[in-house]
Design a binder for this molecule. Structure first.
Ligand code: MRU
Length: 356
């Protein structure tokens, strides 16, 4: 089945598929400077929490590889600048910060064991490639755990795009749907268009169509109607940051879907890797919400659709844990009380344990 490739490490640099141009054009860029990678993350050439993490890891590797530093101390100074630049791109997706910490940790390990800058540069590139490879394995495990919760036959709703484009694997929420579909479940996906950036209409619809998974595109204000009329068996979305108590930040609009799901007795699930957990914060109230440009609300693809008035664009909202029936991860499925089950999963070393 077709799996989109949003990002790849190549000999020439970091290659990205420009997601802003989908579905009309499939254009790739190759970045040779970490600052360009940072700009690509900020401008949404690459987006989706795990894919942002992969991009950040590759950005660090690129910066270290191209650095003119001649000593470990100089390279360390440059690494700090590279990480600071990448950290300023998008504030909500915790995978970004997870990836930066991982690359810093690897650098510290290498600097303790060798003075050979060539070796360090090579090993940092290798680490970024491993982050990418792990995302693929992670998504497949999430997919296997989550597929069990999908209906044998019927409609499943998602939000935004939590597919291959968003993770650089097979996707989290769409990975669950994909595995369930491949197992023979007769799933039909309801895809809200996800204003203002239209990740549902432009990206999820494109991925599902290319993968041969049946779908119906709906506008965001149809969600309540479709949940009320009783034909949706489950909802599964991704996550950008999950607090210690299970409160979950995801694309703007997810909260209202979760509330409507509860009202209509439809189970609402989150699919996300452990790297999306932020156990340092007690609840969703502490999750920083990215404010993007109002122009993304007043314009669609550069065309003005509203008068020149103030417009708000919080890019994410937080769904309180009480609306979440379960969280699918690569190490198993967490259910309430999340403060305990998320901690257990984060501490578990093996990918096959289930906490419920
Ligand atoms: O602003 P975006 O497109 O980066 O937002 C993406 C989402 O909200 C996704 O649902 C989330 O990152 C999970 S991706 C597997």
């Amino acid at each position: 089945m077709y799996v989109a490739q949003p990002i790849e490490w190549t000999e020439q640099g970091v290659m990205m598929l420009d997601q802003r141009r989908l579905p009309a054009d499939e254009i790739h860029y190759t970045y040779t400077d970490y600052r360009e990678v940072a700009k690509a993350i900020r401008d949404m050439v690459v987006r989706g929490a795990p894919a942002i993490g992969v991009a950040a890891a590759m950005g660090v590797a690129l910066g270290v590889q191209k650095s003119p530093a001649r000593t470990i101390a100089e390279l360390q100074t440059e690494l700090s600048e590279i990480c600071e630049t990448l950290a300023k791109t998008r504030p909500t997706a915790v995978d970004l910060f997870w990836a930066l910490e991982r690359m810093k940790g690897r650098f510290a390990e290498l600097a303790r064991s060798t003075n050979d800058l060539g070796k360090i540069r090579g090993a940092m590139v290798q680490e970024a490639k491993e982050v990418h490879a792990e995302k693929k394995a992670t998504d497949e495990a999430i997919g296997r755990f989550g597929a069990e919760y999908m209906p044998k036959e019927g409609q499943v709703m998602t939000q935004c795009n939590a597919g291959a484009l968003a993770t650089a694997g097979i996707g989290t929420a769409l990975g669950v749907i994909r595995v369930a579909f491949e197992q023979g479940r007769k799933i039909h996906v309801l895809v809200p268009e996800t204003r203002p950036y239209l990740q549902g209409a432009r990206l999820t619809a494109w991925e599902l169509y290319r993968g041969g998974i049946p779908l119906t595109l709906i506008t965001d204000n149809m969600v309540g109607h479709f949940l009320k009329t009783g034909k949706v068996g489950a909802i599964v979305t991704g996550a950008d940051r999950i607090a210690a108590n299970g409160d979950t930040a995801n694309k703007i609009g997810t909260y209202q879907i979760a509330v409507l799901a509860k009202e209509n007795n439809v189970p609402f699930y989150i699919a996300a890797p452990i790297s999306t957990f932020d156990l340092s914060i007690a609840s969703g109230e502490q999750i920083p919400i990215e404010e993007r440009s109002s122009g993304e609300v007043t314009h669609i693809q550069g065309v003005r659709i509203a008068p020149d008035v103030p417009a708000a664009h919080p890019a994410f909202d937080v769904t309180p844990n009480r609306y979440i029936a379960a969280i699918f991860t690569e190490r198993g499925v967490a259910k309430a009380p999340y403060t305990e089950t998320l901690r257990e999963l984060a501490a578990a070393g093996s990918p096959a344990k289930a906490a419920s």
